[in-house]
Write a protein that binds this ligand. Structure first.
Ligand code: TSX
Ligand code: MN
Length: 593
């Protein structure tokens, strides 16, 4: 409830470090009032009403989308801003060659000026939250201070938010300090600054998801990866899924994929008819925190509580479970709206409506050259809506991981599936992940962007050291998961995709699971283990065998070129670039000669 301006008058906590920090933030930002969020239903109703009254949220038709709202962001504030995202460590070396760096004093100085008086006339919300299952030793408590009611309502879906977080924190000083202010949304005054040495995040000038929902990319990945290196665990940009075989046996797999590779689709995949007795269960669609368990295996939790997914392209063909997940209690951001108060985006099922209101609130007519929904429009939906949500998502110890999959978007070169020879070779496969650019937004389309472990924008420290951490973890994991590389996006000479993808990926997933349990043989190649002829179950799949052959083919000539590019990338990583990975590259080259 609203409290004194000094920020101490809450009945929710007596944690002195927390109260002091809130008081300091209030003194800096000078809000008119402070609201401590308890995470209750009553609070949700009150804040939702406030958001509707102030035009922050537009109610959707409750008959079509019960409990759903539309938010339109400022058109200049629709995506993460990598060029304005900084790792603020004492030395530039700690941030490394792939991150923007700012000295902590400079960043605190610059942002203190921006935050000063920035909440005058506004409400300061104090959001306690937990990333990870309540009570789990893998979980972390964060506090986010924000002046955005949209952020509060999104954090409510994406994290375990409110009183349970304060109860878990108790009187401990070990919490992430996140300060966020919307500001005037001027991109010239927009900074997303991480201070991993202080477990602190300061974000100014953006209301957009990845910049403003500080638990997700900022804490769970950038700060998380830093903590993981210090403490001997992994914070990764990975989905977590469980594969249930007909006899009821569960195998858990994590997967790292760069953006625009369909990670959420894979995490919620429905096996095709041929695999009717198989089931895929979602544990997480974006982030995995993994730690060595008492049994010597790697165990993973999903630190999140919801899905912040890309809307365009989501439909009952590509992802039926996502469509069911967003049927209720979902916040949509920058999608188009239909005449009858439902949502719409490019790539939705059915006919394109004749008339819509576009993502900027303007009238839109079928045939328009402009997109009705923003290409980066989103849904924020509670994971409990997912029909295939794993019943183990809240298990404090997480789920045991048998396989890790690294996937990129590559039209050539990289085969459908490959298993590494060993841990170091698997880390090499992950480190050399590349994805071809899709959207015209970046200018060139089809250029390979190296994205090690899909962590390029999210590693909170030196990328070379990050890869070394992956190599070093081998000796800490007595029973490590098996490591794989996949590529759903290989194209034929006609420019068409060779592999049908989506649910049919179950065929590849089954081989991965069988290999992880050493239930199936493999064919050794210079590149790794691949399925023996006949081992990929293709029954009931009506595509020509030649297409699968082409999708799994490895061309030595293409690979020589690939290995040259990889050398440049390892070179660019500088003095912390692990020798072991260069050695893996040279070994592969020598196997080719
Ligand atoms: O999500 C995708 N996955 C993983 C699904 C479990 N997508 C969509 C990517 C954009 C986010 C895919 N697109 C996948 C895929 O496996 N594969 C492709 C490429 C593709 C696109 C269309 C077809 C086939 C492959 N259509 C037909 O074959 C008719
Ligand atoms: Mn992501």
């Amino acid at each position: 409830m609203a409290s004194q301006i000094d920020g101490t008058a809450t009945t929710l906590t007596r944690n002195k470090a927390l109260l002091d920090w809130v008081r300091d933030c209030a003194a800096l930002c000078q809000p008119d009032r402070i609201v401590w969020c308890d995470g209750s239903e009553a609070e949700k109703e009150r804040l939702t009403k406030h958001a509707v009254d102030t035009g922050v949220l537009i109610p959707l038709n409750p008959a079509k989308r019960p409990g759903c709202y539309l938010h339109r962001s400022n058109p200049n504030d629709v995506a993460r801003v990598e060029h304005l995202t900084f790792i603020c460590t004492k030395t530039q070396e700690a941030a490394g060659p792939t991150n923007n760096w700012m000295a902590p004093e400079e960043a605190y100085g610059k942002l203190t000026k921006l935050f000063h008086g920035s909440m005058k006339g506004r409400t300061m919300y104090v959001i306690p939250y937990v990333m990870g299952p309540l009570g789990s030793p893998l979980s972390r408590v964060g506090l986010e201070i924000t002046d955005s009611v949209y952020v509060v309502l999104n954090m409510r879906i994406m994290t375990r938010m409110g009183k349970p977080a304060l109860d878990m924190l108790g009187d401990s000083n070990d919490f992430n300090r996140g300060l966020h202010c919307t500001g005037d949304l001027n991109p010239e005054r927009r900074y997303i600054c991480h201070f991993p040495e202080d477990n602190t995040i300061w974000s100014f000038g953006s209301g957009y998801g990845g910049n403003a929902l500080l638990g997700k990319k900022c804490l769970a990945l950038r700060i998380g990866s830093w903590l993981g290196k210090d403490e001997g665990w992994f914070a990764e940009h990975m989905l977590i899924l469980g594969v249930e075989s007909p006899d009821g046996h569960m195998t858990y797999v994590t997967g790292a994929f760069p953006s625009a590779c369909g990670k959420t689709n894979f995490a919620m995949m429905i096996p095709p008819k041929r695999f009717a007795k198989w089931k895929v269960w979602t544990v997480g669609d974006d982030i995995a925190w993994m730690r060595v368990g008492k049994d010597g295996r790697l165990w993973a939790v999903n630190p999140e509580n919801g899905y912040f997914g890309v809307a365009p392209g989501t439909n009952f063909g590509s992802n039926p479970n996502a469509m069911k997940t967003i049927a209720r209690d979902t916040i949509f951001t920058n999608v188009a709206m239909t005449k009858d108060g439902d949502v719409w985006w490019e790539g939705m099922d059915g006919e394109v409506p004749d008339e819509l209101t576009d993502w900027q609130g303007r009238p839109w007519k079928k045939g328009s050259t402009e997109k009705a929904a923003h290409p980066n429009s989103r849904f924020t939906a509670p994971m409990t809506n997912n029909p295939v949500l794993s019943k183990h998502v809240n298990d404090p110890e997480g789920v045991p991981i048998s396989a890790i999959v690294f996937g990129g978007r590559r039209a050539t070169t990289v085969p459908l599936v490959l298993q590494s020879f060993n841990w170091a070779h698997g880390v090499f496969l992950g480190a050399t992940l590349g994805s071809e650019t899709t959207a015209a937004a970046t200018g060139k389309v089809g250029v390979v962007r190296r994205d090690p472990m899909a962590m390029l924008p999210f590693a909170g420290y030196n990328m070379g050291e990050y890869l070394q951490h992956w190599l070093d973890m081998q000796e800490k994991i007595p029973y490590p998961p098996k490591l794989f590389q996949v590529n759903w996006f290989r194209k034929g000479k006609d420019g068409k995709f060779l592999w049908p993808g989506f649910g049919e990926n179950m065929r590849v997933l089954k081989w991965i699971v069988d290999r992880a349990h050493v239930r199936v043989g493999g064919q050794e190649t210079p590149f790794g283990w691949v399925p023996k002829a006949g081992d990929l179950d293709l029954s009931g799949l009506d595509i020509p065998a030649e297409k699968v052959d082409e999708a799994t083919h490895i061309d030595a000539g293409e690979w020589k070129q690939e290995l040259t590019e990889e050398a440049d990338f390892f070179e660019m990583l500088g003095k912390f670039s692990p020798e072991t990975l260069q050695l893996q590259r040279k070994l592969l080259l020598s196997r080719l000669d």
